[in-house]
Design a protein around this ligand. Structure first.
Ligand SMILES: Cc1cc2nc3c(=O)[nH]c(=O)nc-3n(C[C@H](O)[C@H](O)[C@H](O)COP(=O)(O)OP(=O)(O)OC[C@H]3O[C@@H](n4cnc5c(N)ncnc54)[C@H](O)[C@@H]3O)c2cc1C
Ligand code: SF4
Length: 358
């Protein structure tokens, strides 16, 4: 691992100053600023992704700002009936928080589908949003990779593509976003709260992650000196009784998604669907959501035919690259299955349908 300077501030303001001071120092030319995402000062939270990347030489960070002392680990109710998840609340504490289990069972299920108990105990909510792709060429510093070294080429294009994207990819990068939590956050229309020395701003989830285009080295719209302080969840009471997270992977635990689906339905008294939310993981450079496809379910009765129609719309334009061709029918079946499970009633962390008693 490369040597790095280390700060451990106790306040948000001090953390932002520490990052900004290093950015100014780097810009003055005394530090190698290199390509975007490389050779920059970084925040470190749980360290479960960043430290691996530093040990492998994929990320070279000359300066770490450890944010674990910042008071950002609360999970609080917001006045609009939603919740604000602190950026430093751990994934496990978030998934098992009573208010998250009650109001956002989709999010709880998605988090618990990811990683392992030990990792979820360390991983923070902010870090989960910023974890990097699991494209194996990205981790192998002996191979060209535009995300790691801009302009060097994409080894996956024409290489082994089993894990790679079927939607929204570019000739420069066909990687997928690996998070489970983010797929549920996309479906729930979360808002990311961020802060820098320039002030605060809020980023709608759909605008947080990027498609690769010709700059796959840039994963998100967050500036390098911006700190995620929290994730706001709008009220989603109408989806509580009918949601499901389905993750398909190579083995039953401790594996990233080949395809995952977050599905939430608002089913009215008359049994028809008033509103649907569907987001896909494992298929694109960002959680994949198409509100216009979801509209196809408005007013429809739950059922295979309607679910198939929305699956086809969501996968319109999907392209396989040989080894990942199977993902297109897999994703279609997963969407139909997740919508069917959601329509039957949310399964809680205790293995019961929402509202059922033991
Ligand atoms: C073996 C293994 C299996 C895994 N399986 C899964 C899985 O199945 N599904 C899944 O979703 N995830 C999985 N993960 C990924 C795991 O969820 C992430 O590593 C974790 O969520 C990252 O959180 P962290 O707090 O450890 O982030 P860190 O490693 O500390 O940071 C990650 C990035 O976020 C930045 N950062 C952190 N916090 C902030 C903040 N508040 N503001 C601004 N920048 C910040 C850091 O600078 C860094 O760039 C797995 C990880 C491992 C190692
Ligand atoms: S798919 Fe993206 S991350 Fe993977 S080798 Fe190509 S450029 Fe790198």
């Amino acid at each position: 691992m490369n040597p790095f300077a280390y700060d451990r501030p106790a306040t948000v303001e001090a953390a932002l100053q520490a990052i900004a001071a290093h950015a100014a120092h780097a810009a003055s030319g005394t530090t190698n600023t290199g390509a975007a995402n490389q050779h920059e000062s970084r925040f470190v939270a749980g360290g479960t992704n960043l430290l691996d990347l530093m040990k492998e030489g994929v990320t070279i960070a000359p300066h770490l700002v450890d944010i674990n002392r910042l008071p950002l680990d609360a999970i609080e109710e917001s006045p609009d009936g939603g919740l604000l998840l602190g950026a430093l609340a751990r994934n496990a504490d978030t998934a098992y928080h009573p208010l998250v289990e009650q109001r956002y069972p989709l999010l709880s299920a998605a988090i618990l589908a990811g990683a392992s108990p030990q990792l979820r105990n360390m991983a923070s909510n902010g870090g989960n949003l910023l974890q990097r792709t699991r494209c194996w060429y990205f981790y192998d510093v002996a191979t060209p990779c535009n995300k790691r070294t801009p302009g060097s080429g994409c080894s996956a294009n024409g290489g082994i593509t089993r894990q790679h994207a079927i939607l929204g990819a570019s000739e420069h990068c066909i990687a997928t976003h690996p998070s489970d939590m983010c797929v549920a956050l996309a479906a729930l229309e979360a808002v990311v709260h961020v802060q820098s020395v320039r002030g605060k701003r809020e980023i709608p989830f759909a605008e947080f992650h990027r498609l690769p285009g010709d700059r796959p080295d840039i994963d998100t719209t967050l500036a390098p000196d911006e700190l995620i302080t929290g994730i706001a969840l709008p009220d989603a009471a109408r989806f509580v009784r009918h949601s499901a997270y389905l993750k398909l992977r190579e083995r039953l635990s401790y594996a990233f998604a080949l395809v995952s689906v977050a599905a939430a339905l608002d089913i009215g008294e008359d049994g028809t669907i008033a509103e649907a939310r569907i987001a896909l993981g494992g298929v694109a450079h960002k959680p994949w959501r198409l509100p216009e496809a979801e509209q196809l379910l408005a007013g429809a009765a739950p059922g295979e035919e309607a679910f198939g129609r929305v699956a086809d719309a969501l996968l319109h334009g999907a392209v396989g690259r040989g080894a990942n061709d199977f993902k297109i029918p897999l994703a279609r079946n997963a969407i139909v299955r997740a919508l069917h499970v959601a329509s039957q009633g949310t399964v809680t962390n205790q293995g019961m349908r929402k509202g059922e008693d033991r």
